[in-house]
Design a protein around this ligand. Sequence first.
Ligand code: GN1
Ligand code: MG
Length: 345
Amino acid sequence: MVTSDSLEFIVQRFFNPDDTPETDPVGAGNINDTFRVAFEQAGKTHSWLLQRLNHQVFTDPEAVMHNIRLVAAHLSRQPDFPLAVPAPLPGLDGRLLQRDAAGNYWRVFPFFENTYAPEQLPDAAVAFEAASAYGRFLGALRDCSAENIRETIPGFHDTDRRWEQFLATVREDPAGRVIGVSAEIKLLHDLKPVFDEVSSLKRSGALPLRVVHNDTKAGNVLLDTATGKAVAVIDWDTIMPGTVLSDFGDMVRSFTPDVVEDVAGPVHLRKEILDALTHGFLETTEDFLTDTERRHLLLGARWIIGEQALRFLTDYLAGDRYYKIRYPEHNLVRARNQLALFAEL
Ligand code: GN1
Ligand code: MG
């Protein structure tokens, strides 16, 4: 966790405040640590989002900020882009990343007041609005050249590679957990043909390489609390060259279940939410998606739900090294939920 000394030091680096501002943890991210920093000035509160970047996961923090800066500039050049751009705030020395004594990397973003992230079982209207926002976001990136964007996590959606890592972890069984999850391991083997189908589609060159978000979960879009309208797409760390199939897939994965990702099921897929996502996404992407992309959106959902089951189970077997966990079987529960959702889809 983060010490209050370190937090205070970093706040100085960005704001040099006279008084110590209030800092509270916010959000439900599985990788980074996020805080709201609130300043009182003349009876008014001004808030910012302060975040510690997990540099075990993002081993090249400068590459992450390079991408974010580039994408922010790209979107800001488009007067009709309908969403807010969460451009990072430089520290007092002009750098976007500040390091504390322990070697952690910190950055600051705008805090959007009166918004919420629809993580708690969103209804169809919310799903439609969120999918439209993600669609517009991707549309605004359609002419952003993939060559200038760095790979912040190499092989992030290289499922063949993740499959090899899974097999190796099962073989080595470092936490002695394989014996308890043979049913789940078998289910992953059963869904392997979906991974193969995606891999061969990618290899065939039939899918355009685009700059995509890669983490389009329900927690990464902010909606206005009063009007329900989308305000911003956030969490840009995984923006990388890839395919829209995974962005649509991650929406289906995170919006459609009737139980949140972290709570033990039974999980069911809500068909009306799938329909709403599909409508919202197709409506805002019709002018640039290719036929091949459109026809394979559901394959994208099966892929990403399966891949996420693979990732969660691999991490459980590895002894919980990647995702933050809040209880001992957390990763296993997460993996089971994805497997159940896959079966329903
Ligand atoms: C992680 O940090 P967060 O919660 O936005 C993960 C995503 C997973 C997601 C599952 C860099 O996202 O890929 O889909 O958890 N991010 C990274 O909830 O691995
Ligand atoms: Mg993320």
